[in-house]
Design a protein around this ligand. Structure first.
Ligand code: NAD
Length: 362
């Protein structure tokens, strides 16, 4: 099992270090190799995704990724900005399926801005198509408007498009994921207005015939955004396109209260995957030892489950995380009165201790 470790920038290095300590605690033999990515790679090699880093990622069974970016790179030409590394990895590895679970841990119910009864026990999985849609569709650009309300004015345009095979493969991913859960899929579209999403709806409906044991319903994206805050527990697996998924997965993430708790996985057709926390590089707290490493540790658990075929090891990590939360240990982002505030390293220590069943000191 070969893991490419790409810590990146900001808190990326701190949180990935804790995930590696947790992986090292398991009795599994991994080959792990690290490389620079993002701003750190730009500083050293002049590019956020150097050839050597991409080669390492391609040859690995899985990539454990921290985060990239810093405001100091905001003025760089777009192709050299740290965030381009993620897009480059997605494209080159063909990572078309993004899994974003939003789980509300019993102990963190109060961290949510929604009423506890709405989110207690929440466990939803957003599956976002990651390599198509308006983010990648061509043509795009700026021009002088050939027609419209202001002919001749400067205008910008993008192209929303999905092909049948692109929709089919993400639909299969969603139905198969639902089979391992409570067998319900909600497909989110905007078929009432957009041709692209009428095709989406038609194809998802066709694919659903191959999964008679899974219940499918369809929802317009505006309604889905509303239902996510009104009655989020109604959802189980949600499948949608790249742009709607981008927005809805962040909304779902915030239902749980802390971005520091949320893992993610992006997979290709051969289950090779990139695993990363849902948050960014948090330059405001980088180097202070206060970042929450749990999203990255939980991403490592997803990696064991989806790409490395080690579901029991994944369960051990997830149980250890629940255990430390039950003990009242909290990093600053999830801290509340009556709990014990700990730093990044201590949180990592506690998870390691919970896995090895040593006594944990607060
Ligand atoms: P961010 O997610 O980095 O931070 C948002 C807020 O959440 C900050 O206050 C931060 O301190 C806090 N936060 C984030 N992760 C945390 C953690 N693990 N523990 C405790 N608090 C945490 O988003 P941002 O500030 O908008 O962006 C910062 C940089 O990250 C930008 O350069 C952005 O482009 C980049 N970014 C990268 C990724 C990625 O690598 N996948 C994703 C989003 C943003």
């Amino acid at each position: 099992m070969k893991i490419a470790v790409l810590p990146g920038d900001g808190i990326g290095t701190e949180i990935v270090a804790e995930a590696i300590r947790v992986l090292d605690t398991l009795d599994l033999s991994f080959e792990m190799e690290s490389a620079l990515v993002g701003g750190a790679a730009y500083e050293a090699h002049g590019h956020p995704l150097p050839e050597s880093t991409l080669k390492l990622a391609k040859e690995a069974d899985a990539v454990l990724f921290g985060a990239v970016g810093d405001w100091k790179y905001d003025r760089l030409e777009r192709s050299l900005r740290p965030e381009q590394a993620i897009l480059g990895l997605r494209k080159n590895l063909g990572l078309f399926a993004n899994f974003r679970p939003a789980i509300c841990y019993e102990q963190l119910v109060d961290a949510s801005s929604l009423k506890p009864e709405l989110i207690a026990g929440l466990d939803i999985l957003i599956i976002r198509e990651l390599t198509g849609d308006i983010y990648f569709g061509q043509p795009r650009g700026r021009r002088s408007a050939p027609d419209g309300h202001f002919p001749g004015a400067e205008e910008a345009f993008d192209t929303m498009r999905y092909s049948r095979p692109e929709i089919e493969r993400i639909a299969h991913v969603a139905f198969q994921a639902a089979r391992k859960r409570s067998k319900r899929v909600t497909s989110v579209d905007k078929a009432n207005v957009l041709e692209t999403f009428q095709l989406w709806k038609d194809v998802v409906t066709e694919v659903s015939q191959q999964y008679p044991d899974v219940e499918l319903d369809h929802m317009y994206v505006d309604n889905a955004a509303m239902q996510l805050v009104k009655a989020p527990k109604k959802f189980d697996v949600v499948v949608t396109g790249n742009m709607f998924g981008d927005i809805l997965s962040d909304e779902a993430a915030m239902l749980t209260g802390s971005i520091g708790m949320l893992p993610s996985a992006s997979l290709n057709a051969s289950n090779q995957g990139l695993y990363e926390p849902s948050h960014g590089s948090a330059p405001d707290i980088a180097g202070k030892g206060v970042a929450n490493p749990l999203a990255t540790i939980l991403s490592a658990a997803m990696m064991l489950r989806f790409s490395l075929n080690q579901p029991e090891a994944a369960d051990r990590i997830e149980s250890a995380v629940k255990h430390v939360l039950a003990q009242g240990l909290r990093t600053a982002d999830i801290w509340s009165d009556g709990t014990t505030k700990v730093g990044t390293r201590e949180m990592g220590d506690a998870v390691v201790a919970a896995i090895t069943k040593k006594t944990i000191t607060g």
